[in-house]
Write a protein that binds this ligand. Sequence first.
Ligand code: NG6
Ligand code: CA
Length: 506
Amino acid sequence: MQKQLVHISVMTLFLLTAPVACKKDKKGEQYPEKPNIVIIYTDDLGYGDVSCYGAQKIQTPNIDRLAKEGVKFTSGYASSATCTPSRYALLTGSYPWRNKKAKILPGTAPLLIDTAQQTLPEMLRKAGYYTGIVGKWHLGLGTGNVDWNGHISPGPNEVGFDYSFIMAATQDRVPTVYIENGNVVGLDPEDPIAVSYKENFPGEPTGLENPEMLRMKWHHGHNNSIVNGIPRIGFMKGGDQARWIDEDMADRFLEKAQSYVRGHKDSPFFLYYAMQQPHVPRTPHPRFAGTTGLGPRGDVIAEADWCIGEFLKTLEEEGVLENTLIVFTSDNGPVLNDGYYDDAVEKLGDHKPAGRLRGGKYSLFEGGTRVPFITYWKGRISPQVSDALVCQMDLLKSVSRLVGGETTGTDSRDMLDEFLGQNTKGRETLVLEANGRTAIRMRNWVMIPPYEGPGISRNVNIETGNADSYQLYDLKMDIGQWENLAKTYPDTLKQMITRLDSIKKN
Ligand code: NG6
Ligand code: CA
């Protein structure tokens, strides 16, 4: 009996200590470790929009620093060619096309993530992290009929974030207010907010009816309520004191990101810094207006890069840079005219927002989902360029191994070694999505099934990837996807069709 007890307690001790026991990687480093984790996420920034990925007309020295001293991925992907689905995949580790509701959401959409679903911040919270989001949310709020004047819930704070300072949807959608931990910032109860995506509020000016009030002209969509002279998507009334000033948004988010770091530097923290640039409406602070010669789109990219530099300085000043894993990436590829006349097309010159990639935002071609993707951990990652195939969705599983967290079966893959620059194996396959339509990348190949619909989305002037027959491209030889090899390699085509089907059924 006694012997058995001793045996049990030794076993218990072993079991208790086992999960904490460090696993060694190839370099003999020990896991789990609990560095701070920061994801810097830009909005609509293309593969060719930053100088470390080849841009010449825009200089992004701070992002370049991350690339130069970290791992610069050449095959790093968002799950999707639009925002909501990519953010859903990043936070939940699940393919967004498995959830039919994971489409670009209006500002009044209910919370898309189930509060019982696993999320990256929740996993980190359970592993002892303080978790926060500053910036763009766009994953819905509430349960269907939000009262913007009360406590707005569920939202980020109910799916794993201890702290949130967000805009609800996008800079071009109402409500145009900041929301901190579920409460509209600076709201005057005497001037309540009402929001509708169905109809205007009597007497409120709109872009369609009051062009004389506009300082930015709409090209398609974007002709509902006018806020700060900019016509938006959706109708909004009230909340005058609380409305954001577009030109100040970058500074507001930066200040919040910095104070978050200062306030939580002593515990491991996670920060999802979701910047609004270069999504429309592009409203650089006057400090950046006109600085790139590319118009507001170029200027807000320069502004975003500056913010990243300031943010890095804060990490340095607070003494935590060397203990922070930073991931820099974008939610989808680039678009020039996304609904406003803002000189993005006229002043483009020979700048190539998607680099050598075909298509852009909304597209099933590479330009839609292949984005700048950098991991940086000062003193810990040996600088390199990696061709490993990785997706933002993989951060959940990978970070979870790093910190000794827990995840259940998902589409997320453990790419920790790739993210830390310890191997370049990467995924074998990845399903890519645009507007609910899917394609598959497998090793150096990408296959796009036939889809109905226009080959070019006229308003934004971007190739969609739609075609009558199967498309197969060898990205190693043909990164621009100009030569369809579907007929030349029927076996590869078949294999990829089967593979896509089987992943979608799982
Ligand atoms: C589209 C908007 C576009 C942009 C996009 C969302 C129109 C005509 N176009 O519906 O301007 O807001 O939604 O972009 O309204 S995303 O990066 O958040 O996915
Ligand atoms: Ca986006």
